[in-house]
Design a protein around this ligand. Sequence first.
Ligand code: PRP
Length: 183
Amino acid sequence: MSEPDHSKYVVKDLISAKAIAARIEAMANEIESIFADSQQLVVVGLLRGSFMFISDLVRELNLPVEVDFIETSSYGDSMESSREVRILKDLRGEIKNKDVLVVEDIVDTGHTLQHVIKLLNSREPARLVVCALLDKPARREVDVQADLVGFEIPDEFVVGYGIDYAQRNRNLPYIGTVKFLDD
Ligand code: PRP
């Protein structure tokens, strides 16, 4: 039997742009409550997948924030996690004794988040809180959980709103599921 041709697929709507915006507004309110007394909050986006989420989230945050980024890679261009998390780009700034909000697009196996939490905690932030737009608990391989989750989703391959399949579809303003035409 030949390999399936994964270049032919359609994207089906899962979470609309409107639903994402409403959920982000609610998450921002929760984050403002958590960090109401914070003077030094560093919002750390995990590149590349979180670029759209972090840009919309910080616009809703009525707090003094710094924005920084860390880039990790676990998937390459494949659909399967290699389980080996590499830091491709580290933070520019110091986080010691500062409050940190980690912004992740999706928690899947959990390897990326586990690795990043361990790394950032080793730098002794005052507080570390994690928010993830999407959580796919059925795929979890390690015991890690975001403190705030936008949407819990089923075990389906998703794209859009920053999330790619083979580097495509990150620019979709909504989240969709990938359906391969020859499956
Ligand atoms: C994806 C996604 C998460 C991570 C989740 O990133 O953006 O960061 O995988 O997977 P895990 O819970 O199984 O570790 P990826 O490494 O593909 O890089 P990208 O953000 O540049 O797309």
